[in-house]
Write a protein that binds this ligand. Structure first.
Ligand SMILES: C[S@@+](CC[C@H](N)C(=O)[O-])C[C@H]1O[C@@H](n2cnc3c(N)ncnc32)[C@H](O)[C@@H]1O
Length: 274
């Protein structure tokens, strides 16, 4: 396993502003990510099916704590994860270190921004799971990332990314309780979410509040704020086309259902235009 240290992290503050370039948005909240997301497996079978079509090696862009990367290593694929958050990567590295040595040997991790990544090799399958692509806030960022991805894709490889399909009728400024969990360390963590939309700039700002209580300590709140630039279906197709991809398949879910107005997801599978 390879874990170059190239990224920059912010101060240890628990309030995280989304808009500063290159800030590690996940620094304060990385340790809560797996508590809520580790059991989200809906997309893993879909990406593994793509890998069966292409073979490896595989590149997981914005790989975070390894939610998708680890099952790939366990399934026998050589996989590289790229993420710009040292905090998320540290968690991933710890989890990878607990894998069977043969599985661990299939994993490479690179701390980098996907807009600038240069891994010096090509991949048969590249994906950006779980709406992570929406962290790219400007068209120039999306294009830069797609051009880097194209550069790393084998001529007969596949590229897939999945983003939520925007539903602009969602109530704003509503605090939603996403759940409460007890950690092995004896903390009770309640997760709340609030979301606002800025329609002209096509951005949504999501605020997560993690309220953490322990029997012997006062209640602590960790706040994480990040902005996502949502994409519409037509726009995503045009973006892929502009960046030299030929879209092969578009689905509205991970089971291969058609994309419809009511679909929650947009699942794109593309090839490199020759
Ligand atoms: C929602 S998490 C998803 C993690 C993982 N892919 C998953 O599906 O569980 C988004 C990840 O994208 C990373 N990220 C955001 N912008 C990035 C960029 N420009 N380059 C590389 N990683 C980035 C964040 O650090 C974070 O780990």
């Amino acid at each position: 396993m390879r874990t170059p240290r190239k990224g920059r992290s912010s101060s240890g503050a628990s309030d995280i502003s989304a808009d500063a370039e290159n800030l590690d948005l996940y620094e304060g909240s990385a340790r809560y990510y797996d508590i809520w997301h580790d059991d989200y497996k809906d997309d893993i079978r879909f990406f593994l099916d793509l890998a069966e079509r292409t073979g490896g090696p595989v590149l997981d862009c914005m790989s975070g704590t390894g939610r998708v990367l680890i099952p790939f290593a366990q399934a026998g694929y050589e996989i590289t994860g790229v993420d710009r958050s040292p905090a998320m990567m540290d968690i991933c590295a710890t989890k990878v270190s607990f894998l069977h040595p043969q599985e661990e040997a299939r994993v490479a991790m690179v701390l980098a921004d996907i807009r600038e990544m240069d891994l010096g090799r090509k991949f048969k399958l590249i994906f950006v799971p779980y709406s992570s692509f929406l962290h790219l806030l400007e068209t120039k960022d999306q294009e830069a990332a797609l051009l880097r991805i194209r550069e790393h894709l084998d001529d007969d490889g596949l590229f897939s990314f999945v983003v939520f399909s925007p539903r602009l009728d969602r109530p704003e400024q509503l605090l939603r309780h996403r759940g409460t969990k007890l950690t092995p360390q004896g903390e009770i963590i309640s997760w709340f979410e609030a979301q606002t939309f800025d329609q002209p700039s096509q951005k949504t700002t999501v605020t997560y509040f993690y309220d953490i209580s322990r029997q012997d300590k006062p209640l602590r709140r960790v706040t994480s704020v990040f902005t996502l630039r949502y994409l519409f279906h037509r726009e995503a197709l045009e973006l892929l086309d502009r960046c030299g991809f030929e879209v092969q398949e578009v689905y509205g879910d991970y089971e291969g259902g058609p994309f419809k107005a009511t679909s929650e997801l947009m699942v794109f599978v593309a090839r490199k235009r020759q």
